[in-house]
Design a protein around this ligand. Structure first.
Ligand code: M6R
Length: 619
């Protein structure tokens, strides 16, 4: 939530505003309630900010150009404290002279107490934000210390909560100081220029060399130096890394939206996540985990923590991991796990799933699991992000940058990585479980091609979606691994098309939700393949009959060759046959395409749906 960019070039470099605006465009997916910049111009700091999307700020700057400068910071906001207005937009000035400007991501929990104290000292506030409080605290510390880094160190000692802060001061042109606590910040290393960003997208157009910062660190960048200290003031070394994607990967590449592009990239996302993780004989090698095989063999329980779409990937994983390993597996929303009293010990493996690696709820769950002594593994798509750093080990998904707020390719990559982890645990257990793992791996390698087949067949789904543009409610049913797929189909539709949608376990329908069925009610049914154990296929076919008898319009997702569904389906959407546990990689695709097409037909911004942000860094 909130995107942050900072840039410092040599004194003669006048590109800072352009660099920061470009970074904001790439970070806008993190929040789009308002945008603003601060540029250093001689003896004053010029701040320009506008509510609404970045385009509003751009238009304002075009109409009233800002001075050329070598030092700038910029912010795109997802509102927490104070509505999405011009005055609440960042940057905020601090101190009576307003010679310092601050941008912020996160929440300062003790802002009220600090504000009361500052008001008593005569501070004047123009916004309702917690950020302006931080700006005044920082300005007071600057007046005391005369140095922005020292002031930041003193200020963070007074702030509680989670925050990333960037600050500039007119007395120190050519310097940007940042601080992070439980909120993201990375450094981009340039030639004669340096960058700060909420993630590498902020500067990917200029450098692919980055420096990872740890928690509770303050960083000071100048055109030629980067220095990092802990909140205790001691120097620390950041970890340098090369970003394995480039600016082109973060563009729409000719597609009308990032979401459309990312749906089409799914075969690659799955293939790349599988790449290099098996030997020639099919044996899985996950050396990168750096957890001893003995520790993994000693695991007696798996708990998966995640939020939103990532939690549905976790639900798919539960079915697979229990089936392949016979280790009990629970899935829990990260924000619920943290605040109850979970039974976790050193033989519990807590797996977090997160595309961004910054979701605060998931991060807090991982920290809690650590405190309880669990072994923690993160499945994550973003190098240098916080959750992998806070985990004992990480298994990266290789979906590439996901820009659309609605997660698609990351979901498929997460499911794939969960499968890999489950199969690896099965392989370690040996015997028939290892044989099963080898057989599943063979089939998993065929999935990118099958996903492509589904994508190639989507024309009818698009037609159905356009036809349903005025629909007010859609239900989604699934069973077994089709249940999380139904939940994901409903979430996608709510999220980008603003249509009321519910996902149900098909078996649960008769316990209440069937009362929602009235003539014409559209219902998607994710049908398990006929090979699914326990006659589940037949049971779901019965469920379809039950709702059709009550007037539902049935949109059935079924395997090629499954003729049993035909008499009860108003539409049949076909996916290639596959073994039951792998089916979510195929069956979810039509639901993503349906949501995308319907939202597009309604004229909505599918990449930046209202009220949402890509990376949820507040609890
Ligand atoms: O970055 P994460 O995977 O941790 O994000 C978790 C959820 O916030 C995310 O999946 C969210 O539900 C998406 N907007 C769904 O499309």
């Amino acid at each position: 939530m909130c995107g942050i960019v900072g840039y410092v070039g040599a004194a003669s470099d006048e590109t800072a505003l352009g660099v920061v605006m470009e970074g904001l465009a790439r970070l806008e997916y993190r929040g789009y309630d308002s945008a603003g910049v601060a540029v250093l111009d001689g003896d004053h700091v010029e701040v320009r900010k506008r509510s609404g999307k970045l385009a509003n700020l751009r238009a304002d700057i075009d109409a009233r150009p800002l001075p050329p400068t070598a030092t700038a910071i910029g912010h795109t906001r997802w509102a927490t404290h104070g509505g999405p207005t011009d005055t609440n937009a960042h940057p905020h000035r601090g101190g009576a002279d307003g010679r310092l400007a601050v941008i912020h991501n996160g929440i300062i929990e003790n802002f009220h107490a600090l504000k009361t104290e500052l008001l008593a000292q005569g501070a004047v506030f123009s916004s309702e934000t917690d950020t302006e409080v931080a700006a005044h605290v920082l300005a007071a510390e600057y007046d005391r210390t005369g140095d922005l880094t020292a002031a930041m160190l003193a200020a963070v000692a007074r702030l509680q909560g989670a925050f990333t802060l960037l600050a500039v001061h007119v007395d120190q042109p050519g310097v940007v100081v940042g601080a992070r606590r439980n909120s993201p910040l990375v450094v981009g290393l340039g030639e004669g220029a340096n960058y700060l960003g909420s993630d590498v997208a902020a500067f990917i157009g200029h450098t692919r060399e980055a420096l990872e910062l740890g928690q509770d660190q303050v960083v000071t960048i100048t055109p030629t130096s980067v220095s990092v200290v802990g909140f205790d003031g001691r120097p620390v070394e950041g970890r340098r890394y090369h970003v394995d994607w480039d600016a082109a990967a973060a563009t729409k590449g000719g597609y009308p939206s990032f979401m459309a592009k990312e749906i089409d990239e799914q075969p690659h996302a799955v293939a790349d996540t599988l790449l290099g993780r098996t030997k020639e004989d099919g044996e899985l090698v996950l050396d990168e985990l750096r957890v001893s095989e003995d520790a993994l063999r000693a695991v007696t329980k798996v708990v998966i923590v995640a939020c939103g779409t990532a939690s549905y990937a976790g639900m798919v994983a539960k079915y697979a991991i229990e089936h392949w390993t016979r280790i009990p597996c629970e899935v829990e929303l990260a924000h619920e796990f943290r605040y109850r009293d979970p039974v976790v010990d050193r033989h519990t493996l807590v797996v977090s799933v997160s595309q961004s690696g910054e979701t605060m709820d998931t991060l807090m769950a991982v920290k809690h699991a650590h405190e309880l002594g669990a072994l923690t593994i993160s499945i994550c798509n973003t190098h240098g992000s916080t959750i992998p750093r806070e985990s004992d080990a990480v298994l990266y998904t290789h979906a590439g940058p996901e820009v659309a707020v609605a997660s698609t390719k990351a979901f498929l990559a997460q499911i794939t990585a969960c499968y890999l982890l489950g199969l690896y645990l099965a392989q370690l257990r040996g015997g028939t479980q290892a044989d099963t793992a080898a057989a599943v791996m063979r089939e998993l390698r065929e999935m990118p091609e099958k996903i492509q087949t589904v994508l190639d067949r989507m024309e009818r789904v698009r037609e159905i979606a356009r036809f349903m543009a005025d629909t007010r409610s859609v239900l989604f049913l699934g069973r077994h691994v089709g249940f999380p797929v139904a939940l994901e189909g409903a979430l996608k539709l709510k999220e980008i098309a603003y249509i009321h949608a519910e996902g149900f376990a098909a078996g649960e329908l008769k316990h209440g939700p069937i009362a929602l069925i009235e003539p014409g009610q559209p219902v998607f049914i994710v049908v398990p393949g006929p090979a699914t154990p326990h006659e589940l296929h037949a049971k779901v076919v019965s469920n379809i009959q039950e709702i059709r008898a009550r007037g539902a319009r049935t949109l059935v997702i079924a395997e090629d060759g499954d003729e049993a569904v035909v008499p009860f389906a108003d539409e049949v959407i076909r996916v290639p046959a596959t073994s039951p546990l792998l089916a979510p990689l195929l069956t979810v695709v039509p639901l993503q395409v349906f949501a995308l097409e319907l939202a597009t037909a309604k004229g909505l911004d599918v990449d930046q749906p209202r009220n949402l942000a890509k990376s949820v860094t507040v609890e």
